[in-house]
Ligand binder design. Structure first.
Ligand SMILES: Nc1ncnc2c1ncn2[C@@H]1O[C@H](COP(=O)(O)OP(=O)(O)O)[C@@H](O)[C@H]1O
Ligand SMILES: Cc1ncc(C[n+]2csc(CCOP(=O)(O)OP(=O)(O)O)c2C)c(N)n1
Ligand SMILES: [Mg+2]
Length: 337
C-alpha cells in the first residue's frame, strides 16, 4: 500500500466516525448518531424491522475478474437499497438504518467515506428526498474481510402489513422491476470481458446490467401503494423469481403460474447481452435475484398501482410453473450454491 494512502488502521475509531458522520447527511432521528443508541419515532405504534448483510467475495468483490473495481459508494448503495427493499415489501415506509462495518485494517479511509456517502445517497434518491429515513447509528469493528450489515426499521402508517401468506386462488400476480438485469450484471462482472472496454460500448447494454447489479433501484414508493391497493401477498425478489414466487406459494398454500409470454419477452430483451456471455437469458429472468423488484398478488379486479404489470395467476395447488410447465431454475441459495 503506497504510504500516501490513508488506511483505517492509521486512524482510531473516533477519527473514522468523524469522517463518516458528515457524509450521512442530516439525521431524521429524534436522537441520531453519536450516543449509545439512537431514538426514532414510531408513530404507528408498531415497528417493522429487518436486517441484511453484504460479505466481501460472497455478495461483492473489490476486484472482479472483468477488472471492475467496486468502490465504497456502490457497496453502501447496495446495502441501503436491499434493506429499504425489505421494508417496502411489507408495505411500510423505511424510517431508519443502523449499519455495522467490519473492516480489514488496510481498508482505505476514502473507501469507507464513500460507503457512508453511498448509504445516504441511496436513501435520499430511492426515497425521493422525503427526509423520512437516514442512517441513525451503527458499529465499527476490525476483521479479515469487509462485512457490511444494516438493520432497517419502517412505519406501516396504520396499514396492515402485507405478508407472504395472503395470496388466494384467483388472485392476479403482478411485478414491478427489471427482472434478470442484476443477474446479467453479475455475469458481466464475473466474465473475462474487459470492463473498461465494455463501458465504452455505444449501446451501453452490458454497462446497464452492471449498474443494476451494483446499484439496484428498488421501487421504494410502490410497496405502500400496493398495500393501499389491496395487495394480498408481497415480497421483494432477491433470490430469483421462481424461488421467491415459491415462497409466496408455500406460505399461502397456493400454486403460482407465471405468464410464459411475460417471461419470454423479458428474456428476449436480455438475449443480446446473454449471447455475448454465452449465457441463457431465461436463467437470469427466472433465477436471478438482487434486482429487488416487487412481486405482489392482488384480488381479481383490483386496480394495479402504476408500475405493476400483470405477469401470472394464483391458483389451487402448490409450487410455481411457467405457462403450466415446471421450470428448471432454482434461484440463489447461500449454502446450496
Ligand atoms: N439467523 C436468523 N435468525 C432468525 N431469523 C432469520 C435468520 N435468518 C433469516 N431469518 C428470517 O427468515 C425469514 C426468511 O428469510 P428470507 O426469505 O431470506 O428473507 P429475505 O429474502 O426477504 O431477506 C425472514 O423472516 C428472516 O428474518
Ligand atoms: C461475489 C458475488 N457472488 C455471488 C453473487 C450473487 N448473489 C449474492 S447474494 C444473492 C441473493 C440475494 O442475497 P441475500 O443475502 O439472499 O438477500 P436476501 O434474500 O436476504 O434479501 C445473489 C444472487 C454476488 N452478488 N456477488
Ligand atoms: Mg425480502
Amino acid at each position: 500500500m503506497p504510504s500516501d494512502i490513508l488506511t483505517v488502521e492509521q486512524l482510531d475509531e473516533k477519527a473514522l466516525l468523524e469522517r463518516i458522520f458528515p457524509r450521512l447527511g442530516p439525521t431524521t432521528a429524534l436522537i441520531g448518531p453519536g450516543d449509545d443508541a439512537a431514538v426514532i419515532a414510531a408513530p404507528d405504534g408498531r415497528t417493522v424491522i429487518s436486517i441484511d448483510t453484504l460479505v466481501q467475495d460472497a455478495d461483492f468483490r473489490l476486484l472482479w475478474p472483468s477488472g471492475y473495481r467496486t468502490g465504497g459508494y456502490t457497496v453502501g448503495w447496495k446495502c441501503a437499497a436491499q434493506n429499504l427493499s425489505d421494508i417496502n415489501a411489507m408495505g411500510a415506509v423505511p424510517t431508519s438504518l443502523v449499519v455495522s462495518l467490519t473492516l480489514p485494517g488496510s481498508t482505505e479511509v476514502a473507501w469507507v467515506e464513500d460507503l457512508a456517502s453511498g448509504l445516504a445517497g441511496a436513501v435520499t434518491s430511492l426515497m425521493f428526498d422525503t427526509g423520512r429515513c437516514s442512517v441513525v447509528g451503527g458499529d465499527l469493528g476490525r476483521g479479515s474481510q469487509i462485512v457490511v450489515t444494516a438493520a432497517v426499521t419502517g412505519d406501516l402508517e396504520g396499514r396492515a402489513p402485507v405478508l407472504r401468506s395472503g395470496a388466494r386462488p384467483g388472485d392476479v400476480l403482478a411485478f414491478t422491476g427489471a427482472l434478470g438485469a442484476a443477474a446479467g450484471g453479475l455475469a458481466v462482472l464475473e466474465s473475462s470481458l474487459d470492463y473498461s472496454t465494455v463501458r465504452e460500448e455505444p449501446d451501453q447494454l452490458l454497462a446497464t446490467l452492471v449498474a443494476s447489479q451494483n446499484r439496484p433501484h428498488p421501487p421504494i414508493h410502490l410497496g405502500p401503494r400496493a398495500a393501499a391497493a389491496g395487495a394480498t401477498a408481497m415480497l421483494d425478489v432477491s433470490d430469483g423469481l421462481v424461488r421467491d414466487a415459491g415462497r409466496i406459494a408455500l406460505a399461502s398454500g397456493v400454486g403460482i403460474d407465471l405468464d410464459a409470454e411475460y417471461v419470454r419477452t423479458r428474456a428476449e430483451l436480455l438475449a443480446p447481452a446473454a449471447a455475448r456471455l454465452g449465457a441463457d437469458p431465461l436463467d437470469w429472468v427466472l433465477g436471478g435475484g438482487e434486482d429487488h423488484g416487487l412481486l405482489a398478488t392482488f384480488p381479481p379486479g383490483a386496480v394495479l398501482p402504476k408500475g405493476f404489470v400483470r405477469m401470472g395467476i394464483v391458483q389451487d395447488g402448490g409450487g410455481v410453473t411457467v405457462g403450466g410447465v415446471a421450470p428448471q431454475t432454482t434461484g440463489w441459495d447461500h449454502f446450496a450454491g
